[in-house]
Write a protein that binds this ligand. Structure first.
Ligand code: KDG
Length: 338
């Protein structure tokens, strides 16, 4: 029933163009349009990566596929855009894996705090077998996962106090992504977390509905969160991947050649995006301080205390995520470090 309603739209628009010249080949030459939306703004490497995807796809298909790009939640938030893909009313979005776990629970494996030691290990796990197997699970949700991009290691900001130890989390109202494991991990640290869509976050910080949030430096800086936040700490508590998602009904309607083009473009643009993102994350901690934020470093001892505090939550979630997936990811992390 869902596919029928999506097709109805495209049929009516193609019949318009048929009427003038009666070209019988117009069906095969029909232009396809990808509406692609993200939550972050047009300064962010995620958007630059999306522009790269557009450039590759339009060039390789001789513009038989056009890509329209939208940023800053113009089309919705991670959850609503993912639902739009399922309905076939939007073609591409690039959400964090955390809200995607509401569609495929196994994605929550990446929400285990302090999982990845660095970006290189994350690349190997995500681009390797277990990461690719997870992408395949999206098909049962009418979604196609084409590649992983990155937001990166998340760091805590807030407007109340410098956070150096677990004790400093006490009572802080922290916005988390819409993900139960995040919520419970922040509770275990003593904070008072509220799940919220990214599109609501800036206003919530300005109005004091929340004291703080957590995102990588590039996101904190490029979204101008320093205007509402005073303190930043290198908690690096979670590495956040993005998944490049395509509507399955749209993907299935592409020719095999076009499927290969969009898949390769999502991988290629993702490599470019990761590179830009890493440069940005390195550069913007200083910029945050230049904007007046105080920076607090988490010592290895203090981080260890945080690891211990969230351990019971991790143990509780292993079965919810799926023991097999958790074990495979742990193994892949070990293998990547050999
Ligand atoms: O474009 C991506 C954003 O919508 C979101 O995923 C960013 O990490 C994010 C967050 O904190 O919601």
């Amino acid at each position: 029933a869902l596919a029928a309603c999506g097709n109805g739209d495209s049929e009516s628009s193609s019949s318009d163009s048929d009427s003038s010249d009666g070209d019988s080949e117009s069906a095969s030459g029909e232009e396809k349009v990808i509406k692609a939306g993200i939550g972050l703004n047009d300064d962010h490497p995620q958007y630059k990566g999306l522009l790269k995807f557009k450039e590759i796809v339009e060039e390789e298909t001789d513009s038989a596929i056009k890509v329209e790009t939208y940023h800053s939640g113009q089309l919705g938030d991670d959850r609503s855009m993912t639902e739009a893909l399922q309905l076939g009313t939007q073609e591409v979005t690039i959400p964090s894996t955390a809200p995607l776990a509401n569609f495929v629970p196994e994605f929550s494996v990446f929400d285990i705090p302090f999982l990845f030691p660095n970006e290189q290990v994350a690349d190997q796990v995500l681009d390797g077998e277990v990461g690719q197997d997870l992408l395949k699970k999206l098909e049962s949700q009418d979604l196609v996962g084409l590649s992983y991009w990155e937001n990166g290691f998340r760091d805590l900001t807030n407007s109340e106090r410098a956070v150096a130890t677990k004790e400093d989390f006490e009572g802080l109202k922290i916005r988390t992504m819409e993900n139960d494991l995040h919520l419970d991990a922040f509770k275990a640290l003593g904070a008072n977390p509220t799940p919220m869509a990214f599109t609501e976050l800036f206003t919530a910080m300005q109005q004091g509905t929340v004291d703080g949030q957590e995102n990588p430096y590039a996101t904190i800086y490029l979204q101008k969160f320093y205007e509402a936040q005073d303190h930043v700490s290198n908690t690096h508590h979670i590495y956040s991947p993005f998944v490049f998602l395509m509507s399955k009904s749209f993907y299935d309607g592409l020719s095999e050649e076009q499927q290969t083009i969009v898949k390769d473009a999502a991988v290629e643009a993702g490599k470019y995006q990761r590179e830009l993102n890493r440069e940005a994350n390195e550069k913007y901690l200083q910029s945050l301080q230049d904007e007046g934020m105080t920076y607090t470093e988490i010592t290895p001892e203090a981080r260890e205390e945080m690891v211990e505090a969230v351990q019971p939550v991790v143990d509780e979630y292993k079965s919810k995520i799926g023991e097999e997936t958790v074990e495979k990811v742990y193994q892949a992390i070990e293998d990547a470090q050999e």
